[in-house]
Design a protein around this ligand. Structure first.
Ligand code: SF4
Ligand code: SF4
Length: 127
């Protein structure tokens, strides 16, 4: 079967003016992975936006994006990072698929909406 998506490790999804929200259990998991207590972790690596906590942006990318193009916290990276770009919004809105596809070179350019929906369903069935 043709591969519909394969991450190219371009790092585009780790760049931008903001990062994803991280839940309290995710904050604790990352802090523990880094050998920090939660307060130090939040101070050093996170920013609060209203009720949300996000990872900081440094030099236009997530603070955990490494010089080698890899995620420094890969083993414990947030749920939204693990799932990207197979976001369930694709299932309800072909325009969401178009927008995500334009931002992520990992999709086969010939992939159809139906093929991608199948992939999204499979990728999200474990959550
Ligand atoms: S933008 Fe797509 S291809 Fe590039 S690193 Fe992110 S998921 Fe992989
Ligand atoms: S946690 Fe890792 S995968 Fe997620 S945005 Fe930051 S560098 Fe990218």
């Amino acid at each position: 079967m043709r591969e519909v998506f394969s991450c190219k490790r371009c790092g585009h999804c780790c760049h931008g003016e903001s990062t994803v929200s991280i839940s309290r259990p995710e904050q604790e998991a990352i802090a523990s992975f880094l050998g920090l207590d939660l307060t130090d972790f939040l101070k050093k690596f996170c920013i609060k936006k209203g009720n949300r906590v996000e990872m900081k942006v440094v030099d236009g990318h997530c603070i955990f994006y490494g010089d080698d193009g890899l995620c420094k916290i890969h083993k414990v990276k947030p749920f939204q990072c693990r799932r990207w770009p197979l976001h369930p919004s694709i299932l309800n809105d072909p325009m969401a698929w178009e927008a995500i596809k334009a931002d992520c070179p990992g999709f086969d350019p010939k992939a159809t909406y139906e093929e991608v929906c199948e992939l999204v369903k499979r990728a999200n069935s474990g959550y």
